[in-house]
Design a protein around this ligand. Sequence first.
Ligand SMILES: [Zn+2]
Length: 354
Amino acid sequence: MSSMQCTLCLNAEANKKGSHIVSQFIVSKMLANKGKARYREIGSTISSRGFSEFTIGRDVTPEKILELFGREMDENDLRNNSNPYVADYFLCTACEDRLQRLEDIVASDFYNKLQNIPQVEKNENKFIRIGEELDSAIRLFFISILWRAAVTKFGDFELPSESKEKLRSLLDRVLSKESSDLKVNLMLNLKEIRSHRLMIMTENPTNGHADKTDNAVNFDPETTTPYFVSINEFVIGYYDNDSKFNRAINGYYGLESIVHRSFFKNEKYYGHILIVPDAKWLGWKGNMVKKFAQRYAQESCDNFKRLFIKVHGHEPSKQKIQEFFYDFVNGSEYTLDKYTLQNFAVYAHKHIIE
Ligand SMILES: [Zn+2]
């Protein structure tokens, strides 16, 4: 047990195990979209390094892979595979509860009815149009995810301490255990909530999220002007301070070309969530997935070689590596899910032992 202080109220003991970094209602939809039970606890989280427990990173030992050779993950493996979207002991029970009230509003009034919320066109862009109360709730909700990711260093994501403190203090003042109080606070603090330079983009909700690579979470620690974060069908841009605001917008797999500074601060865009045009959405997602797939692919080949040497005492031929790799990458439907340790073990077994 930890006796750390809760990072939100800075008061009670951080006694909560399994607090969500990315909210359960978003994660559960992501996981529900996957067919196989063994993916239930895995999910394809993309970070700058990947998660070694879930993807085949460089630090996975040949011994570990040998142990997994050719068997399906059982209940024990699933239990031991912690959920990447939760972290232990950074919140107290009361703060977890307060965050939950905010998530309830966002899930019921926004997320679960996305397809039915009116859309408007403005300067050749399409937006989802929401009222002040919901705007306040959704902004605070994404602020809370940015803050949670920063305090838990999710996917190596970080924010400067002053920025984290600004977000923490806002969350601490606005959140409440009672929904009715929270709603009052959201309106009372609307101006301050909107002063945080945030823009929210989404895939067109009416196209039914046909793209399988939607189900990915990316907190990119390398983009900081603004920070870009993608969570399934949402992409959030966030400037943590005004001095960054006049610098060039940094690249985010091509998506930056539709991002304008006015979206972050201009009053006429309050209550507007930008709908990313379909072609642009597929383009940027494809670029991102490709980058990570290339890295995972390289790591898979490196691991295959190490494992082969461990078993046979000499290096595999180029052709052997190619055969393994072709089989491995073509053996699974989803773009990034194939790069799990378990899946790797199955194909490595086939090409090293059988
Ligand atoms: Zn607390």
